[in-house]
Design a protein around this ligand. Structure first.
Ligand SMILES: Cc1cc2nc3c(=O)[nH]c(=O)nc-3n(C[C@H](O)[C@H](O)[C@H](O)COP(=O)(O)OP(=O)(O)OC[C@H]3O[C@@H](n4cnc5c(N)ncnc54)[C@H](O)[C@@H]3O)c2cc1C
Length: 411
């Protein structure tokens, strides 16, 4: 069953998790206790809604700071900023995404010519490697569309260093199945595990660590025999230079004075986090989960994305009392707008990744005609300039950014 992608479900989950977002999170977040029908108790599981823009980071941080001191919530706040950091980092090095796509396509083509690789890939993705922990996570991912952060690190490490499979194929497997599949967090986390993000510093999974942090699973601790324990980090010839951020201007009510359409997409599926200064004359909804990969996208991940965008479209139409229409893949956005008689369109910022790749060729000509108003949230705008290199640059800016954005928890 596809989990409920509505904003009401996101807000309910936030409310349920809030009491645990302080010291409890800091102390227990590393444990992978397995899926739980009422939700895990030590991590928020908010990532699918955050990725889809059904709920926004500012409101999550505001709610957490409303219940916990900045000190007690420090760990949780930092994790939310990791998401924003990765986005800002990729925005300044978009070639990493382009090279990932090219490398993934090359790896898929190489696999199509190699029966041994096909077998190894099938064993890994179907959970038949014989490494108990890895196999459990492969199946859990396909069934639930979610993995705990620690499980993602161990899984990626075993994929790269023990099974010696191409990291891009693993990143692609994640994107095809994670409800929260995100071009920035996923690509850069796989690169981090491989030793490519922080050059020369890789993450090696260890059986004792896995057993310790999976001991709370219903079936007991997971075994992971035969892991590569002294593999070298991966390396690559490229050195990705940083390009200047080119952020859109702040949007004022004047920019949206004329009738405009609001675009909702895979990474901004709900109008509420956008806090529009004026109401749109119509809503246009574009869900493109199949653009995540040339391969088949899992039913749970695509169901969540399609549900989030369709639900967001219906809720926006009701909230603004305006018509709504779907913009399907292959249709012309310009033609769709011409039919409705609305000339301008407000587009929530399309970060580097497949959503931008899938939609931008239609949006760019409209932008060149001055018909597009791009909306970028204040928190991203304030944080991204700090995402120049390592996370440290963002970590030390967190207090200032929160103050600048007025995120105080009501204090
Ligand atoms: C190999 C690998 C691939 C990953 N792929 C993705 C991905 O495609 N999409 C994605 O959203 N996250 C990804 N992550 C990061 C992280 O694992 C998930 O964000 C987190 O597990 C989501 O669960 P949660 O909502 O319960 O997190 P919580 O622990 O409750 O954290 C709250 C929020 O903070 C953010 N967050 C937490 N940890 C991280 C992190 N390490 N990096 C970035 N953001 C973080 C998420 O938005 C999360 O919802 C990946 C990590 C690894 C190691």
């Amino acid at each position: 069953m596809t989990p409920n992608s509505t904003r009401a479900a996101a807000l309910a989950r936030l409310a349920q998790f809030l009491p645990a977002a302080g010291r409890r999170y800091a102390e227990t977040r590393n444990a992978d206790d397995g899926p739980a029908s009422g939700g895990r108790s030590n991590v928020s599981e908010l990532s699918p809604w955050l990725h889809a823009g059904v709920i926004g980071e500012p409101e999550v941080l505001e709610a957490v700071l409303g219940q916990h001191s900045p000190r007690a919530a420090e760990k949780f706040i930092a994790e939310v900023f990791w998401r924003i950091y990765f986005k800002g980092y990729l925005e300044q090095r978009p070639a990493i995404w382009d090279d990932y796509c090219t490398g993934r396509d090359g790896a898929l083509a190489a696999m199509a010519r190699n029966a041994g690789l096909q077998r190894a890939y099938a064993e890994a993705t179907e959970g038949r490697t014989g490494i108990e922990a890895f196999d459990a996570w492969a199946q859990e991912l396909a069934e639930t569309g979610y993995l705990h952060n620690h499980a993602r690190m161990w899984f990626a490490s075993i994929w790269i260093f023990t099974l010696k499979l191409n990291w891009r194929l693993g990143a692609d497997f994640f994107l095809r199945h994670l409800m929260d599949g995100d071009a920035a967090s996923n690509t850069l986390s796989w690169r981090w595990v491989a030793g490519l993000h922080t050059k020369g510093k890789h993450y090696l999974a260890r059986a004792d660590n896995i057993a310790r942090y999976t001991s709370g699973r219903p079936g007991g601790a997971l075994r992971a025999d035969g892991l590569a324990e002294d593999a070298e980090p991966l390396s690559e010839p490229q050195d990705y230079g940083r390009q200047k951020l080119d952020l859109p201007a702040l949007v004022s009510a004047g920019d949206l004075a004329e009738p405009f359409a609001l675009l909702l997409h895979d990474e901004a599926a709900h109008h509420a986090p956008l806090a529009l200064p004026t109401a749109p004359a119509m809503v246009v909804a574009a869900a493109r989960p199949t653009a995540r990969s040339p391969g088949a996208v899992g039913a749970v991940a695509s169901g969540f994305a399609n549900g989030a965008v369709a639900g967001g479209m219906a809720e926006a139409a009701t909230a603004f009392g305006c018509p709504a229409t779907e913009w399907r893949a292959g249709e012309s956005l310009a033609a769709l707008l011409d039919e409705t008689g609305v000339s301008r369109i407000a587009v929530p910022y399309l970060p580097t990744g497949w959503t931008r790749d899938a939609l931008m060729s239609d949006i760019a000509p409209l932008a060149a005609q001055g018909r597009v108003v791009t909306i970028l949230g204040n928190l991203d705008r304030a944080t991204w300039p700090h995402a120049k290199a390592g996370f440290f640059g963002v970590a030390k800016a967190i207090d200032g950014v929160l103050a600048e954005c007025g995120i105080t928890g009501g204090a």
